[in-house]
Structure formats: C-alpha cells, structure tokens
Design a protein around this ligand. Structure first.
Ligand SMILES: Nc1ncnc2c1ncn2[C@@H]1O[C@H](COP(=O)(O)OP(=O)(O)OP(=O)(O)O)[C@@H](O)[C@H]1O
Ligand SMILES: [Mg+2]
Length: 448
C-alpha cells in the first residue's frame, strides 16, 4: 500500500486514465487534472504529497507547474514526464527542484519505485524533524527523579496506560512535573516516533482558537495569507498535549468535543474532512471538577478528557523526593555552569527539607541553580540559600505542639540521612544523637 495524495496533470486524457488507474491500485488518492490550473485549484483545498506533470502542455507547461507548486508548498515532490529525446527539459526541471523525471512511454514499475522513494523520504523527514525538536527541548531522555511512593505509583500507572489511546488528565500544582509526565507517557507509547505537540491553551487568544487547532486555508479569514496546518494535524499519529486545559474557551469546548468523538475535523475554509489521529493528554493546575460544577467547563468534555485521571502531589507532600532532586539538580547545574560544586552542607539540607515549595520542583530547581552559581566552595551553604527574608520555613501540618515537633523531627532525620548518603553513623553524628536513638526514631516515623 502506498498512501500518497497525488495529482496527475496531462492534457492527454487516455494517458491520465492509465496513470490514475495504476496509482489507485497502489492505494494512492489521485486527482486527475487536464491542465496545470486545475491542479493549482485543487492544491488550495487538498493536501498533496506528489504532483506528476507532463512537460509539454498547452497553457502552463510542466516547468511553470513545478515553480508554482514549489512556491505554494515546497514539501510537495514533483515528477516530470518528458517525451523521449527531450532530456534537456528534464535536466532543467531537476535543477528547478523537481524530484525526478520519467520518459514516455512510462514504465509503470519505474514509477512505482520512484513513488516508494518519495514515501520513504517523507517518513524520514518527519522523523528527523521530530528528533530535532526533541533534542532542542532536551526531552529525548525523560529522566524523572523520585523516591516517594506517590511518584512510584504514578510512574507504574504511566507504564500501564502508555500502550492505550485513552485520554489522560494530569492534575497538580504549578511546577509539579505535569508536562514531564505527559512526555513520559508519549515516550513510552507506540506513538513515540510521531510528534508530541504541546498547546498552551491559556496562551491562545479566544478568536484564534479554531484556526490554531484546526488549521486554515489561504483566505479563510482576513489575515490568512497562507494555508496553515493546525495543531491537530501537526500531531497526526502522535500525541496532542493540551496544557492549561481549563482555559479552553467555552465555545471551543463543544467543537473540540465533536472532534474527539468523531475523530475528524476540517481546516477553516475547507470542506475536506481530515482524520484526527491523535492521543490526547491534558493538564491543569485548577480543580476541573469544580469548574464543571460552576458551568465554566463542559461536563461532557471533562468526561472525555478524564478517562485516566492522574494527580501529582505537591512537593511538600512527598518530601522524600527533595534530597534526590537536590542531588540531581546540583549535578545538572554544576555541569551546565562548569562549577566545581559537589553537594550541600547539612545545615543547607535541613533548611531545604523544612521549606514548603509553593512553586514545587521548578522552584527547588531554581533555588539550586542559583546556589550552584553563587557557591564559593564545593558545598552549598545556607549563605547561598535565600531563605532569610522571602523564604518562610515550612508550615507544619500537625495541630498540636507534639504533632508539629514530630513532623519537624521526621524531616530533619530524612534530611540528615540523605545528606550522609544513608550512612546511619554519620547521620546520627550530624544530628547529635546516638545511632540507637536514630534507629528507633526511623522506625517510629517509617523511614527506610
Ligand atoms: N520528578 C522530577 N524529576 C526531575 N525533574 C523534574 C521532576 N519534576 C519536575 N521536574 C522539572 O521541574 C520543572 C517543572 O516541571 P513541568 O514543567 O513538567 O511542571 P508543570 O506541572 O507542567 O508546571 P506548570 O503547571 O507550571 O506548567 C521542569 O524543568 C521539570 O523537568
Ligand atoms: Mg506545564
């Protein structure tokens, strides 16, 4: 099967019919055109992969068709048909950007081979673009750092849902790693070789939502000077990530719902129906359920998006992750900034274990990056941690004084253990208690 959209241009009708019949049998979609003008009109509405054009024709000749087509969309490949003995025409066309040429009478096997090359080339280009995009954003390797059971459970769910096409809704405060998890799902899915297209729904003006998502034809509205693919089309075969999904305007929510139900859509200004072959992952830091109750978000769309709900707890509720994240971010930023920083002092670790992180992992990373740059030594000290003025120590969740003291004690022990590489003798020394007391308290607080 060759899944290409091809326009065949020839003023000779029998020639067109032979070619069209052959191409259709290969599995291609064929647009048969008696002249170049017809083909250009089709190009305004359809997405073509290949144009096969005769060289000598009344009106627009093959060379003019080639130039126009390449102007409209350079990704379309053009095959030129020349009569035997006019090879210099073919050479000129190749120089002007034609993919290849064929001499008449056409050898259909040869044509098939050339088309397969084009299909292969298109796939490669696509993969390359994808790879480059991933390298640029540094997301080729999604290394998720964690220690907490909460994240362990989330990642095991990620592994289980990756195979399916089910919609995932990721909820969590700002900076908890929602986008990172969305990318991890994509990377673990059979769609990994296809694009991951992120849309920040809060950043798109309401009036542009439709054209951003569905794309538009040239002239579909004032300002539409060129045809543009929408995000849904760009994500074909891959994953569409709807970030800040709560900010989708109400009037667009209906339209999105229809696309998700029917798996079809149209570009603005086009009647051509396109397949929406996407897996949808959405994320929000708002309480979507509440927005549904107050009619700010459509319930039917909410159920469509929320097939698999995933909630990432804030960092302050999974403090076991703090030490490993600190270690990871110190190494990362020491490398990026060429600093000789190796670690953090015990006081520094204590301070960070007690802090609340309203900005979650992103805030922790910023704190560490800054400290690594400021550090005068191999170890970050409290002097580089700007906790004195703007940083409040963590609010402890316990009610009574003993409860609050216990919580603080637990955090300090976790911090000391992390800092001493889990060597209990050193952690006990640092805390000024005996190893026996340390072990007792670890057991009491369920610290491993
Ligand atoms: N467990 C983790 N391991 C390593 N890095 C993490 C982890 N969690 C978050 N990060 C990093 O923290 C930063 C914020 O993560 P991300 O952008 O995924 O958060 P978000 O939940 O989408 O935030 P927002 O709601 O502000 O959009 C990123 O640089 C990400 O790589
Ligand atoms: Mg985000």
């Amino acid at each position: 099967m060759l899944n290409l959209n091809i326009a065949v241009i020839d003023d000779d009708q029998s020639q067109r019919e032979i070619l069209s019949g052959f191409l259709q049998k290969l599995g291609c979609k064929v647009y048969s055109c008696a002249n170049g003008e017809t083909c250009l009109q089709i190009l305004q509405k359809q997405c073509l992969d290949v144009v096969i054009t005769d060289f000598r024709m009344p009106g627009m000749d093959g060379m003019a068709v080639l130039q126009k087509v390449k102007q409209i969309n350079p990704e379309i490949q053009v095959l030129i048909l020349t009569a035997f003995g006019t090879i210099e025409n073919a050479v000129a066309a190749m120089k002007a950007g034609a993919w290849d040429y064929l001499t008449k009478p056409i050898d259909l096997d040869e044509l098939e081979i050339k088309l397969r090359k084009i299909a292969e080339h298109n796939t490669l280009i696509r993969e390359n673009q994808l790879l480059r995009a991933q390298l640029e954003t540094g997301t080729l390797v999604t290394d998720i750092i964690y220690q907490s059971d909460a994240l362990k459970q989330i990642l095991s769910l990620v592994a289980r849902v990756s195979d399916s096409n089910a919609a995932v809704l990721i909820q969590g405060e700002s900076g908890t790693g929602k986008e990172m998890i969305a990318r991890a799902i994509h990377q673990a899915s059979p769609r990994r070789m296809m694009p991951f297209v992120a849309v920040n729904c809060a950043a798109i003006p309401e009036s542009l939502f439709e054209s951003e998502m569905f794309g538009h034809e040239k002239g579909a509205f004032t300002g539409a000077y060129e045809r543009a693919k929408g995000r849904i089309e760009l994500a074909a075969g891959g994953t569409l990530f709807l970030d800040e999904v709560a900010d989708i305007p109400l009037n667009f929510q209906v339209k999105l719902l229809r696309v998700l139900q029917e798996k079809e859509f149209q570009r603005l200004g086009s009647s051509q129906v396109l397949k929406a072959d996407i897996r949808v992952i959405s994320a929000t830091n708002k309480d979507l359920n509440k927005l549904v109750e107050t009619n700010q978000f459509r319930a039917d769309l909410y159920f469509r998006l929320n097939v698999i709900p995933l909630t990432i707890p804030p960092l302050r509720e999974r403090r076991e992750d703090i030490p490993v994240l600190i270690k990871h971010f110190i190494a990362k930023h020491a490398r990026l900034n060429s600093r000789p920083v190796k670690g953090i002092t015990a006081e520094g670790m204590n301070l960070l274990m007690r802090y609340d992180y309203p900005g979650n992992v992103r805030e922790l990373e910023n704190i560490i990056e800054r400290a690594v740059i400021l550090a005068r030594d191999e170890y970050i000290t409290t002097a580089e941690l700007p906790l004195s003025s703007s940083y409040q120590p963590a609010t402890v969740t316990g009610n009574t004084l003993p409860e609050q003291v216990e919580e603080l004690e637990k955090r300090l022990i976790q911090g000391a253990l992390a800092h001493s590489g889990n060597v209990q003798t050193r952690a006990a020394l640092q805390l000024g208690i005996s190893e026996r007391v340390l072990r007792y308290k670890m057991e009491k607080y369920g610290i491993e």
